[in-house]
Design a binder for this molecule. Structure first.
Ligand code: ADP
Length: 498
């Protein structure tokens, strides 16, 4: 039962079902059409043959005499007769008894000049017979093959008496009756009907089988995709669908594979990130543990305790910074929903931050200055502050004493541009992309070493910067020449409302 339910829920069954419904309607229409057309054509043929025969017979002046003397031989099964008007009504002289089968009203209508086609069952055999009744007036068309001129409707013309009428006392025109049994037509139609009754369901049955086979073949790649998808574990995203065609299903397979590629990269990044984070946290923790254990091993002078506590505080600070960075990234990964968007004057913000960081720059022997034009964007003030602080901190950290750091805010047609330029150590071209990765660090030996802040080097700063810029719909890029300096450029779209 369950298998049936699953089957009828499948595309395969629905597709075949609809296909069969459409085919059944078409086949039925075709069968009924064929049957109706053939039936009509056979009857029309029979009627034409009867009219032709009547026309030929009505030229025979001796038909009445032949019939009354039973000398006329009708072809097998056919009926030929003549109705004569007598004082008592119409009397038939025919090859076989027809008076019970034929309605007098038909005879009267034919006598009035309108030929009549009618179907009635034969008295002796009970078989249906098709009759044709028309005026019998051989003298009106002597020798000519033309049918007599038919009287206008309602008009009853005086008819000349022919030999048939002359045999008996007649009161009006004679009527010729020709009839043919319809059993040939009925049996042909019956045979056709049976053929259709068997052929239509059989065709449907074969089509259902063929349809199912074709759909199954066409959907085979989908089954393979399902199997592959089932076999994919969180820990093993290496499996791919085998794409063999370029059709819609092939493209679906390619899209599926591309999605798996992206997922695999994301998972790998995630794993790498977790590894790096643990690793980064482990070093300061080990230092703290070692320092504390060493200090506690025996009684020490106060200065030694102080030195140990300073080391511990320094490492705790580094950890704090790292955890803070991780939290910032995690919050940013949650998307822009958590952002507190407000109009932020970038010029004022930059001036403020540069002013606050000038002492740090001067301490390390660097010149720092800001050049801004008024420019307001819609953004998260706290995050934009963090972006600027990170970039300026890096510029100070990676620039040698005597160098300079310049921060500028410009306004483009649709965007705000913030540039942080330094004359520092620069970044090799091969690192221009990787420095934005989480925990990415270029060889730290090249930083200013002794004068670098103790908390430097978490490797999260630029990743956080790029995330903040992207959350604002902008871009962050770097231009740098090794040994000459770097320029980090932030582009943030300016909305009209801002
Ligand atoms: P870190 O905490 O190591 O500074 P960041 O993500 O801020 O981490 O920077 C990643 C790397 O990019 C740094 O290790 C450094 O090598 C390089 N870098 C960043 N800013 C600069 C700069 N202004 N000049 C030269 N190198 C830089």
């Amino acid at each position: 039962m369950a298998i049936f339910v699953i089957f009828f829920r499948s595309i395969r069954a629905r597709f075949t079902g609809w296909y069969l419904v459409v085919l059944a309607v078409l086949l039925l229409a075709m069968a009924l059409g064929t049957y109706a057309y053939l039936r009509h054509a056979l009857y029309a043929n029979l009627d034409r043959a009867l009219a032709r025969q009547a026309q030929e017979l009505s030229r025979r002046a001796d038909l009445g005499v032949q019939l009354s003397e039973s000398r006329y031989r009708a072809p097998l099964g056919e009926v030929v007769g003549v109705y004569l008007a007598t004082e008592e009504g119409y009397t038939a002289i025919a090859t076989r008894s027809i008076e019970d089968s034929i309605d007098v009203a038909w005879v009267e209508r034919a006598a009035a000049g309108s030929p009549v086609y009618a179907t009635a069952s034969d008295e002796s055999s009970g078989q249906p017979v098709r009759y044709y009744l028309s005026l019998y007036e051989p003298d009106a068309v002597p020798g000519s093959g033309n049918p007599p001129p038919s009287p206008r409707p309602g008009e009853r013309q005086p008819q000349p008496l022919g030999p048939a009428q002359q045999m008996v006392h007649t009161e009006g025109p004679a009527v010729l009756v020709v009839g043919r049994p319809m059993d040939v037509i009925s049996s042909s139609l019956g045979a056709l009907g049976w053929t259709l009754v068997i052929a239509v369901p059989l065709t449907l049955l074969l089509s259902a089988g063929g349809g199912l086979f074709l759909v199954r073949r066409a959907l085979h790649p989908v089954d393979r995709m399902i199997e592959t998808a089932r076999g994919i574990e969180e820990t093993d995203l290496g499996k791919r669908v085998d794409v063999q065609s370029t059709d819609e299903l092939g493209r679906l397979g390619e899209t599926f594979n591309a999605m798996l590629d992206r997922l695999e990269r994301a998972f790998r990044r995630q794993r790498q990130f977790t590894n790096d984070a643990s690793h980064e946290l482990r070093s300061p923790l080990s230092v703290i543990e070692a320092e504390a254990t060493l200090a506690l091993r025996r009684e020490r002078p106060a200065e030694e305790y102080r030195a140990s506590l300073e080391t511990i505080a320094e490492e705790a600070g580094a950890m704090n910074q790292l955890v803070d960075g991780l939290l910032a990234l995690a919050r940013g990964d949650a998307g822009p929903e958590k952002m507190l968007i407000e109009p932020v004057d970038l010029a004022a913000l930059t001036e403020e931050i540069v002013a606050a960081m000038t002492p740090l720059a001067q301490d390390t022997g660097l010149a720092i200055d800001a050049e801004t034009v008024p420019c307001t964007v819609s953004g998260d003030r706290v995050r934009l502050r963090r972006l600027l602080v990170n970039l300026i901190e890096n510029a100070i950290r990676y620039t040698d004493t005597g160098g300079a750091v310049a921060v500028s805010v410009e306004r483009g047609s649709h965007e705000a541009l913030i540039r942080v330029t330094d004359t520092g150590i620069g970044i090799a071209p091969e690192h221009h992309q990787s420095i934005f990765e989480r925990f990415a660090r270029v060889d730290t030996a090249r930083s200013r070493g002794s004068s670098a802040p103790a908390t430097s080097g978490s490797g999260l700063g630029l990743a956080i910067c790029r995330q903040i810029v992207e959350l604002h719909g902008g871009t962050l890029s770097v231009e740098s020449v090794l040994g000459e300096g770097s320029t980090f450029t932030v582009r943030i779209p300016v909305s009209d409302a801002a």
